[in-house]
Design a protein around this ligand. Structure first.
Ligand SMILES: *Cc1c(COP(=O)(O)O)cnc(C)c1O
Length: 394
């Protein structure tokens, strides 16, 4: 006996589903045509025009593809925005969003920004006539002092990488609105499970979905979400013109990863808290950076705007020699660039993510030769701690 196609019921309860439920029931979880339990992969570059008078909804996959669209609607729903966009990498999402600006425009950006974003702004955007002032975004007065007659936008990243500094998002967006500035925020470290910037007044949310959203170190992807229709239309135009869209197989894999976002983040965050607290008790560790620690300078602001502290813990072993010893001796984490996966990942910022930064600038930003970044995965936390303990003592 055939079942009726599932449709949105008109007398559906008004109560809004919680985040965990929205992760599973995001609108495209059941294929409307066949009832299949996952979004079909529409492996097609182009679409037949059944009638020239009525062009099809999708006509060419750079402009739109039903599999990618399902992902784009999914992230828009999770972030509370109106329109989502999927790109071939986080950098592709971020650089596309920067092209909302034009030659002659000025941008204020956090000095602790992701290295690839820093490179785009200081090399490419600069060449295109877009100027950037980098500021310490934990200091609102410094942000305000950076405004110029041609300032058009503010770019935030909180917590920042790798010293996990906190920007007061609502304070920045309130000030930005008074001056008609566009606000953008890289939400990679928190994900919409812990932090929803659009609710705090941000206009464009960006993600390296390669990290927690994908969650399995097997997909490279970027996402952008627009808070309103006019920005949505402008981003759509940029995405279609620049063309660095996410392929359909990767769109599907990303959705598969995102379904377990809350389960993964909850587990990893709980473990990260335990790891941070343990590291604080270790005599050989000079300093631990984690927004959940009592003495973290941004803790109070972070707690106002986020529902958790995330799964990344950074700590200073005191010297390059000590850091190398740990990297050599650890048995469990992957020693690699990247973060936010089922497996723990240990990175060495001085030689990996921040290698291009001049040494004195790097040191001034607290990224010393002994600093390590631990992205906590889903392993048993007591095993991870025992492993790190033997590496520190070894
Ligand atoms: C990794 C990362 C990016 C870049 O994303 P890709 O997917 O590697 O292009 C941007 N921002 C942050 C915070 C990141 O960690």
């Amino acid at each position: 006996m055939s079942q009726p196609v599932r449709t949105e019921s008109e007398d559906a309860p008004k109560r809004k589903d919680q985040f965990a439920t929205r992760l599973i029931h995001f609108g495209a979880e059941v294929d409307k045509t066949t009832g299949a339990s996952s979004v079909p992969i529409y492996q097609a570059s182009t679409f037949h025009h059944f009638s020239l008078e009525e062009p099809p909804e999708y006509d060419y996959s750079r402009s739109g593809n039903p599999t990618r669209q399902a992902l784009e609607d999914y992230i828009a729903k999770l972030e509370g925005g109106v329109r989502g966009f999927a790109f071939s990498s986080g950098m592709s999402a971020i650089s596309t969003a920067f092209l909302l600006l034009s030659a002659g425009d000025h941008l204020i950006c956090t000095e602790d920004v992701y290295g690839g974003t820093y490179r785009f702004l200081t090399v490419i955007a600069k060449r295109l006539g877009i100027e950037t002032t980098f500021v310490d975004m934990t200091d609102l007065e410094e942000v305000k002092a950076a405004i110029q007659g041609n300032t058009k936008a503010v770019f935030m990243e909180t917590p920042s990488n790798p010293t996990l500094k906190i920007t007061d998002v609502a304070a920045i967006t309130n000030w930005a609105k008074e001056h008609d500035l566009l606000t953008l925020l890289d939400n990679t470290f928190m994900t919409p499970y812990h932090q929803r910037p659009i609710e705090l007044g941000v206009d464009v949310v960006l993600h390296s979905a390669t990290k927690f959203l994908g969650g399995h170190s097997d997909v490279l992807a970027g996402l952008a979400v627009a808070a309103n229709e006019s920005l949505g239309r402008r981003l759509k135009m940029l995405q279609n013109s620049l063309g660095s869209v996410l392929g359909v197989q990767d769109s599907w894999l990303l959705m598969r990863g995102m379904k377990t976002l809350q389960a993964r983040m909850e587990h990893s965050e709980k473990s990260a808290r335990k790891l941070a607290e343990w590291l604080v008790t270790r005599p050989e560790i000079e300093r631990v950076y984690y927004p959940g620690l009592e003495d973290h300078p941004g803790r109070e602001i972070h707690e106002r705007q986020s529902s958790g502290y995330g799964a990344v813990v950074c700590f200073d072993t005191g010297s390059g020699e000590a850091a190398r010893k740990v990297l050599d001796k650890v048995r469990l984490p992957l020693v690699a660039v990247s973060l936010g996966a089922v497996e723990s990942i240990l990175s060495y910022p001085a030689l990996m993510s921040h290698a291009a930064m001049p040494k004195d600038v790097r040191h001034a930003r607290g990224i010393g030769d002994g600093l390590l970044r631990y992205s906590v995965g889903l392993e048993d936390i007591d095993d991870l701690i025992a492993d790190l303990e033997q590496a520190l003592e070894g």
